[in-house]
Design a protein around this ligand. Structure first.
Ligand code: NDP
Length: 284
């Protein structure tokens, strides 16, 4: 019987993970089955118990179960523990290992695929939810000159700053780390602006001014497959800003999970190209 993996979430039909992992497996000559699981709300643990008892070897975890997955694991990587969220699990006998590859995936997309090293740059993270939290310390480890997080609820931004001082004190000393609400951001300019709120899901935009984008900089929306989102439209309006969506991050975090499970690193470029949606207009 082929080795079994899956992605669990609710809803789950939209997930690109089965396609991505099938491509990786084909390209690496690995025989495996990768399914979608619609996890019942409030029933994550029972659902994963059943998958494990049927011989499942690993899961990707998406909304709204990343916190449930964190509680379910018996061992957590540092990134998962600090993010308080798990997006990949591996089952080894009685051991349930949890990882959070969102941050690694984002950093790899920025630094390798987009050839945008963060060292010495001014970096702004918009939003302080699960995705921003997962990316926070990996971003700090790239040694930007400034790492600022802005959030509708400023207390959550302040928590991230605290996390940096506690867990990466050396990096936090050499980098200007700040957390704030949107009013405090007025007049600030950044080379790399990462949009990590869920506002775009309802076609909304946080209270950002177009002047936040430095000419020649990068505007990166973690949302993917939606074409020109309200955030990317704002950056386009500014002019001379490179526009990118989160499809590369999605594929890179999947590649980290595949490597962790199978011991082989898949090539990502062709899969990213396959999933890319043109950033010309909003995509239905
Ligand atoms: P969460 O629900 O954990 O966080 C939501 C964030 O959005 C919070 O900071 C929240 O602020 C903010 N927010 C929501 N609505 C508004 C609004 N109207 N105005 C301003 N701020 C708002 O979501 P995630 O962190 O899990 O996901 C965020 C985005 O990242 C999603 O679009 C998701 O698709 C994308 N993502 C992409 C990945 C990839 O691989 N490319 C991986 C993971 C996520 P507050 O704290 O005030 O509520």
């Amino acid at each position: 019987m082929a080795d079994r993996y899956a992605v669990i979430g609710n809803p789950i039909e939209q997930s690109k993970s089965p396609l991505i992992h099938a491509e990786f497996a084909r390209a690496c000559g690995q025989t495996l089955v990768y399914e979608r699981i619609l996890g019942p709300l409030g029933g994550f643990a029972a659902c994963v118990d059943a998958f494990r008892s049927e011989g499942g070897l690993g899961l990707n975890v998406t909304a709204p179960f990343k916190l449930d997955a964190c509680a379910y694991c018996t061992e957590l990587s540092l990134d998962a523990r600090l993010a308080g969220a798990v997006n990949a699990m591996k089952f080894e006998g009685r051991q349930i290992l949890g990882q959070n590859f969102d941050g690694l995936g984002l950093v790899r997309d920025l630094e390798v695929n987009l050839a945008t090293p963060l060292a010495g740059r001014r970096v702004l993270v918009v939003g302080a939810g699960g995705a921003a939290r997962g990316a926070w310390l990996p971003l700090l480890s790239c040694r930007p000159a400034e790492l600022v997080v802005v959030n509708r609820t400023p207390a959550k931004a302040h928590e991230l700053v605290e996390l940096a001082h506690q867990h990466a004190p050396d990096s936090a000393r050499t980098c200007r780390v700040q957390g704030m609400g949107f009013e405090e951001l007025r007049g600030r300019v950044f080379d790399v602006v990462l949009h990590a709120t869920s506002a775009g899901l309802s076609d909304q935009l946080p209270a950002l001014d177009a002047t936040v984008f430095a000419p020649g900089g990068l505007a990166y929306d973690l949302t993917y497959g939606k074409g020109l989102t309200p955030f990317l439209r704002l950056a386009q309006h500014r002019g001379q800003v490179r526009l990118v969506d989160g499809v590369g991050m999605l594929v890179e975090q999947a590649a980290e999970a595949f490597t962790w499970w199978r011991g082989v690193r898949p090539d990502t470029a062709s899969v990213i190209a396959q999933l890319q949606v043109p950033l010309l207009a909003p995509h239905p």
